[in-house]
Design a protein around this ligand. Structure first.
Ligand SMILES: Nc1nc2c(ncn2[C@@H]2O[C@H](COP(=O)(O)OP(=O)(O)OP(=O)(O)O)[C@@H](O)[C@H]2O)c(=O)[nH]1
Ligand SMILES: [Mg+2]
Length: 123
């Protein structure tokens, strides 16, 4: 029997979501940049593990929505957030808990999540 599930990578801009997805894939598929908001649309990547398939959804960072483009990116992230089996919430280890608390409010306990801390090499 094959199992399959959707996992959304969620976190603030520049958290390292696309880097993590590329690393899990072993290929540079998602664009990574030093500048925030590198990812503008959702993108999927399938990782096979024995007879299981994990479909990772890389998303634009969660942020405030002053501009039209920002609104589009935020919508893309929120759609992926509401439409998956599991969320991987990514946060740089040096971040305050504020973005995470906002995420908790938005998710409102709907989808299970695990927290992954990135950039641990910087401390
Ligand atoms: N030192 C360090 N840098 C990292 C790590 N992970 C990612 N980066 C860097 O952080 C920057 C942002 O990485 P991205 O993967 O583009 O971040 P993102 O969350 O996809 O960003 P958006 O798509 O803009 O939301 C890049 O310069 C990466 O090389 C890490 O574990 N350690
Ligand atoms: Mg990205």
């Amino acid at each position: 029997m094959t199992k399959a599930g959707f996992v959304s990578l969620i976190g603030r801009p520049n958290a390292g979501k696309s880097t993590l997805m590329n690393s899990l894939l072993g290929e540079k598929i998602a664009m990574v940049s030093q500048k925030a908001n590198a990812t503008r649309k959702r993108s999927n990547a399938i990782v096979m593990h024995d007879n299981a398939q994990i479909i990772f959804i890389d998303t634009p960072g969660l942020h405030e929505k002053e501009k039209m483009l920002n609104q589009f990116m935020l919508d893309e992230a929120l759609k992926a957030m509401g439409d998956c089996d599991l969320i991987v919430y990514l946060a740089p280890i040096t971040d305050s808990t504020e973005p995470y608390e906002k995420f908790l409010k938005r998710n409102n306990g709907k989808i299970k999540h695990i927290i992954v801390l990135s950039k641990i090499d910087q401390v």
